[in-house]
Design a protein. Structure first.
Length: 202
């Protein structure tokens, strides 16, 4: 019998821990900032068995999501990252923190989760070295389809592919991108030249 993960106060995270499976599905759960933070803490633990995570349709809410016809307008407010202020570090997107700290993850789906340019920029920081965020060196599949990225932000992946030799699949479908937005990424694929000054040492 596989070892069980540690207990957590949030029932949804406890369910994932109890499954001791390599895959976790949290799609369309209306996660709050606090709940997603708890999930990230679990996924970052050495004892966590999860390598594949499906987090689709999960924009981050300030408070517990309420459904039904009687819910007043404006009840389900999305969490807004705090702007940078003097002498305080910039708040890190929870989606970027997830990729940075959950180092065992090899597959992550975050489709239709309300990600924007700031999230994407920080995700790219977690996929390359020397950026201030720990680099995830195991991630092979990252699907960010059906979010809201600009063409300029997507081109951050050029530097990722120049330095990251693990990521094999990047999903960017339905992000209202045009051909010119993704053309720079195509030059990153194919045979990678080996630096001539390193041949002898290799």
């Amino acid at each position: 019998m596989p070892a069980r993960g540690p207990e957590h106060p949030d029932p949804e995270v406890s369910a994932l821990a109890a499954s001791a499976d390599s895959g976790g599905r949290f799609s369309n759960n209306g996660l709050t900032h606090s709940q997603l933070s708890t999930l990230i803490n679990y996924l970052a633990e050495d004892s966590c068995p999860v390598t594949n995570l499906f987090l689709d349709w999960n924009p981050v809410y300030e408070e517990d999501f309420r459904a039904g016809d009687s819910v007043p307008p404006g009840t389900n407010k999305l969490y807004q990252m705090k702007p940078a202020v003097e002498e305080e570090p910039e708040e890190i997107s929870l989606f970027a923190k997830l990729i940075s700290e959950a180092k065992k993850l090899q597959v992550i789906f975050m489709r239709a989760s309300g990600l924007g340019d700031k999230d994407l920029q920080q995700i790219c920081m977690a996929l390359k070295p020397d950026t201030g965020l720990a680099m995830n060196r195991n991630l092979k599949v990252l699907d960010l389809s059906y979010n809201n990225f600009s063409g300029t932000a997507v081109q951050e992946f050029v530097q990722v592919f120049e330095q990251n030799r693990t990521l094999e699949f990047l999903g960017l479908a339905k992000n209202r991108l045009v051909t010119e937005d993704v053309l720079p990424l195509l030059s990153c694929f194919g045979r990678v030249s080996f630096p001539a000054d390193q041949v002898e040492a290799y």
